[in-house]
Design a binder for this molecule. Structure first.
Ligand code: AMP
Ligand code: MG
Length: 432
């Protein structure tokens, strides 16, 4: 069974992977993403083709003759006439650079003995730094753009934030210069504030809008677990490309813990362009992009499902009753952030269930990139009424109840189970 081994409570803990930080070797430039010689290249074997829509499990092969292919496939800034191809290359570069800053901050956080786990300052620094870097790259590469992003500089402009602002500015400058791709004089604190505030667009149904969550899954980031930098582009209200940088996501399937050779490979970059499928590669750019596909499982009892690690973000009891109706055997796989969409897009699990508590309004930056990563890999993303998500209404998604994600075969049966469970939940609430 394709999802064998998913998620005993022990394996859920095993998913709380400590980040794998490279020793002090100089990082590769993300401006020449993957052009530098990779030592491993990502390929797919055809050994599990019965369980996936397309050939399956991830294998690494040392292969010098494919290095050229990796370089050619990944030269990101080459001009192209394919729709949104250049924009996708810019998005990959921006998200990868932002991920590098976040990794630096998380590494310091996890190594610090004195850092209290409840101290939110590391996430503040990484959030703002990530947004400033993405905005910086978009500005350098595209000059004019509209960006809908989570942060603004209001708090950072206060007197008590000046030390934090200096720290963010230093990190942003260090990250840009460690990459080596932009030969510029260091940004000032005012440049950083301006870059952050370029993210104040409201989005909407017309024109192009970039959509950014600079750190999706901040609670996971603080715990040392999963988080993602999520960047998407809307055009006339539709998501046309998306990138998920997941620094702590193993290259090996998190639904199949039996790939020991891959367990040490951590850090995935998912990228999708409308009509062109979804690719995954190592976040450090050292592997060629390789197509990924959602699982082809048709029998819901064989499916496993993802949900939020945080019970405050999604009703675990409701997903549990849906899983029961479907006959799902495996316990839930709980991880933070849109890494769930990435994992689902490569067939690690079959279903993602998200049911926020009453009153919560979903934001577009929490789903835009994840949505296209899954749909271009052959999956379906809807609300609990079966409607596609509408990203054209500004910062918020107007949703019916929750978000459900799976493959095309399972969606009808999943939707039925969801609607039954939601109805039962409302009836139970009304009898109280
Ligand atoms: P996840 O890690 O999948 O639980 O999602 C993380 C995202 O959930 C964060 O980036 C927040 O934007 C969002 N979030 C924050 N509070 C809530 C809430 N009460 N319910 C649902 N989502 C939330
Ligand atoms: Mg978020």
């Amino acid at each position: 069974m394709a999802t064998a081994g998913v998620a005993s409570s022990a394996s859920i803990n095993a998913l709380r992977i400590r980040p794998c930080f490279q020793p002090s070797s100089k990082p590769k430039s993300l401006l020449s993403f993957s052009i530098s010689t990779p030592s491993f290249l990502l390929l797919r074997s055809s050994s599990q083709s019965t369980s996936l829509s397309h050939p399956p499990s991830l294998l690494f092969h040392r292969s010098s003759d494919l290095r050229t292919k990796a370089a050619a496939a990944a030269a990101p800034m080459a001009s192209s006439s394919l729709p949104y191809e250049r924009e996708l290359a810019v998005a990959k570069k921006a998200a990868s650079l932002a991920a590098r800053l976040c990794q630096t901050v998380q590494k310091a956080l996890l190594q610090s003995d004195v850092q209290s786990k409840s101290d939110k300052s590391p996430v503040t620094v990484a959030d703002y730094g990530s947004q400033a870097l993405v905005s910086f790259v978009l500005e350098k590469e595209l000059q004019s753009f509209s960006l809908v992003a989570e942060e603004d500089s209001g708090d950072l402009r206060k007197d008590e934030s000046q030390e934090t602002l200096k720290r963010i500015t230093k990190l942003v400058n260090e990250t840009i210069s460690s990459d080596g791709g932009y030969n510029i004089s260091p940004l000032s604190v005012e440049d950083v504030l301006t870059a952050i505030d370029r993210g104040q667009s409201e989005g909407g149904p017309h024109g192009r809008h970039w959509v950014l969550d600079p750190i999706d899954g901040t609670k996971g980031f603080l715990r040392g677990d999963q988080y993602a930098i999520a960047l998407a582009l809307l055009h006339e209200g539709r998501v046309v490309l998306g990138v998920l940088a997941c620094p702590n996501l193993p290259l090996a399937s998190i639904g199949c813990p039996h790939q020991p050779s891959l367990q040490n490979e951590v850090g995935c970059l998912f990228s999708a362009r409308i009509g062109a499928g979804t690719d995954m590669q190592l976040l450090d750019g050292s592997s060629a992009p390789t197509k990924v596909y959602v699982t082809a499982i048709e029998n819901p009892s064989e499916a496993s499902f993802f949900e939020s690690f945080e019970a405050a973000h999604s009703m675990h009891d409701l997903s549990s009753s849906i899983a029961k109706k479907l006959g799902v055997q495996a316990p839930p796989v709980r991880i933070d952030s849109q890494a769930k969409y990435g994992a689902l897009s490569r067939g690690d699990g079959a279903i993602y269930l998200r049911f926020p508590h009453k009153g919560y309004r979903e934001k577009i930056w929490d789903h835009a990139a994840g949505c296209i990563v899954v749909t271009e890999a052959g999956g379906v993303v809807t609300d609990a009424a079966g409607n596609p998500l509408d990203f054209s209404k500004g910062k918020y998604l107007d949703l019916e109840k929750g978000i459900i994600v799976t493959n095309q075969k399972l969606m009808p049966v999943l939707l039925n189970a969801v609607q039954d469970a939601v109805r039962e939940q409302s009836q139970a609430a009304s009898t109280l």
